[in-house]
Ligand binder design. Sequence first.
Ligand code: HEC
Length: 123
Amino acid sequence: MKKMPFILLLAFSLILAIGGCYYDVEEDLYPSQECDTSNVTYSGTVAPIIQNNCLLCHSNASRLGDITLEGYTNIKVYADNGRLLGAVKHQSGYAPMPDGAPQLDDCLISRIEQWVVDGAPNN
Ligand code: HEC
């Protein structure tokens, strides 16, 4: 029993050492997986992101906050008035979206932003 504290201490330092060396910055580990924002389109990129993360609340049927993002003409309004980016980027003055869920991945946000910067085309 006398050795117990020592073993505990050893185990504890091991955990600390392993934890401290754990390095999981994705961009550094997999440089080739950088966010690709080329060839961003409404139908191929933006619509699926919105479908997966937003339509639960912002379909034509649910329209929470009286906002529908379903279909190009509807989302185009929010792309152009800045509220789409303001909400997904959690900018001050906008309700942070998706509501009640973690912020979208940086890469998804970058892709949406690229589409908006391109003029939010119907492509
Ligand atoms: C769980 C339901 C829910 C989800 C999921 C959700 N929203 Fe919302 N959204 C709301 C509600 C409720 C409001 C009104 C909130 C308010 O005005 O405070 C809102 C408001 C907004 C607004 C207006 C924000 C403003 O301040 O002008 C935008 C734009 C928006 N949502 C976009 C999105 C986008 C894009 C997604 C997906 C990434 C999303 N929402 C996901 C419920 C949701």
